[in-house]
Design a protein around this ligand. Sequence first.
Ligand SMILES: CC(C)(COP(=O)(O)OP(=O)(O)OC[C@H]1O[C@@H](n2cnc3c(N)ncnc32)[C@H](O)[C@@H]1OP(=O)(O)O)[C@@H](O)C(=O)NCCC(=O)NCCS
Length: 177
Amino acid sequence: MAELPELWIRRERPEDAEAVFAVIEAAFGDRSVAEFAEQIRASADHVPELAFVAEEEDEIVGHTMLSYVAVEGLDRKLLVLTPMSVRPDRQRTGIGRALVQASLSNADSRGEPLVLCEGIPAYYPRFGFRSATALGLERPDERIPDAAWMAVPLRSYDPAIKGRVIYPSFFPPPPGA
Ligand SMILES: CC(C)(COP(=O)(O)OP(=O)(O)OC[C@H]1O[C@@H](n2cnc3c(N)ncnc32)[C@H](O)[C@@H]1OP(=O)(O)O)[C@@H](O)C(=O)NCCC(=O)NCCS
């Protein structure tokens, strides 16, 4: 069996910006999601401690970040995991898993109650994500498929945290909108 390259998950640094852009563009097949990540990074809701890159042999091969979104009627913000990208030639080798696990454990250590995600329903439940609607967190837009609208409760989860999530205006519109 071929030896796998060593995988590092570390915090994103300012000098990673270009490589991160390229990974996101390659994963999604266009620039718009990479530009979206730049908008998050430039916003007040960006959390530099919760943006991660996956590195193999000094190359950035994956990226994800957690940023804050508001909840109607709530005086605290919640984290959302978006976007999430692995370079196509390195997908399905566990890099996505390592990035999600690093994100969740760091959010948990900070005392965050949960992490939201609008994502692939067949992928995220393995990390503990489940229906956010069932937890009382309504979709920011009802055109987001309910199956894609997920959250994972962390150790500081509080069931009193409920309400409609409000995305910042620069978040992409729901699929098909
Ligand atoms: C989705 C993504 C982040 C997963 O990262 P990854 O490193 O490939 O995933 P992992 O290696 O940790 O996990 C692999 C397992 O997850 C599942 N999986 C991966 N991508 C999947 C997808 N698009 N749909 C359903 N299941 C998927 C598979 O079961 C796979 O196991 P397999 O090897 O038995 O097929 C990556 O494929 C990607 O960047 N895709 C393009 C961009 C994207 O869709 N981002 C997420 C938007 S929510």
